[in-house]
Design a binder for this molecule. Sequence first.
Ligand SMILES: Nc1ncnc2c1ncn2[C@@H]1O[C@H](COP(=O)(O)OP(=O)(O)O)[C@@H](O)[C@H]1O
Ligand SMILES: [Mg+2]
Length: 421
Amino acid sequence: MVNVLVVGSGGREHALGWKLAQSPKVDKVYFAPGNGGTQNNVNISSDDIESLAEFAKENDCVTVVGPEVPLSNGIVDEFVKKGLRVFGPTRDAAQLESSKIWAKNFMKRNGILTARFEVFDDSTKAIEYAKSVDYPLVVKADGLAAGKGVIVCDNSSEAVDAINKMLVQKNFGAAGLRIILEERIDGVEASFIALSDGNTAYSMATSQDHKRIYDDDKGPNTGGMGTYSPTPVIDDSTANEIQKNVIEKTIASMKKEGIVFKGFLYAGIMLKDGKPYVLEFNARMGDPECQPIMMRMDSDLFEYIQACIDGTLSSLPRMSWKKHSAVCVILASKGYPESYPRDEQILGLDDVTPNSQVFHSGTRKEDGKILTSGGRVLGVTAVGETLEAAIANAYLRVGKINWPSKYYRTDIGKKGLAWRK
Ligand SMILES: Nc1ncnc2c1ncn2[C@@H]1O[C@H](COP(=O)(O)OP(=O)(O)O)[C@@H](O)[C@H]1O
Ligand SMILES: [Mg+2]
């Protein structure tokens, strides 16, 4: 029996730890730093690589890294150097996420379908280009920007504004000193996540995020307001195509370029005319995709993580998934993704309803009370025999939980229902 250290503090980490704790091979699951809903919290920031390594060594832990920032800072490289067992991509492998320009060029040279694009660091040239194309553009900062570095434009004047924000006003700091102007693809978006040992990649269950803050996909983008799994948007033949032409091709091309990609590989997909365009890669699990996916996973996640670390994934069968649907509704604090109140007490967490699970993100515990501490606060997740039933179960639990600034979308999963008709 070994212990697990989950690095991070979001709903994704809570869900990963919840699933890993169910493994008969795992003794204790620690979270660093964790949140108000996780047990065995260790007071070390997810950026303090040295202290995390020390803790993992002293407590005989296999470490699972949730967020992108420590990965792109090379947490895995450091752990491996110290002989510690860790699941996640190295700094070089995490470039697939940490530099959008690197990822776009990688896709281009390896023939992975993605929107056409140009790279700029000069605002005059970028503006000239934006005015010269006759299709709508998306303007993207190169570096990590916590989900805020992409501006989807309707016309060239919006694109010029976005270019100025990044290259002239430098609102995105170093992350926005180089930018991508890419063609806007209008289609249906879905998430496709796999795990890999660097040679073999097995897909996780499909899912669809709801990125906008308001119902009917209105308002600004957020880190994600809800998800459901599986999604009918990715049917079996599309899933096979993405698995082969995106996931396996990426892992093989990385290997060919001398980079072993171990970890979760997340492809943000836009389906248009039946073709899957890669919008971006993430080098980690999605949040909130992780929550419903973990509730549907039948296999022992820990076994798969161990096999990825050892490079023996192909010796295991493909992962198995429960037939039921799962839905995660994010409860946020009003004002998110801009400013929002904190330190409000959350009530009703003990009012448990069947088939549901509450994963915490922006919460903390103080004097036995659970207080809000972030924009996205809870991921209320439920399963049901059908998508309709899962939605009903999730919203039943949502109704039991309250705090003054509670806000949530009321239409999570509806896109999946509409798709079937
Ligand atoms: N080429 C594109 N066409 C249409 N929409 C896009 C395109 N690229 C990104 N988007 C939209 O912007 C969102 C954020 O872009 P993404 O590349 O995923 O960056 P990040 O998640 O780092 O903010 C996507 O989820 C999608 O809704
Ligand atoms: Mg994205």
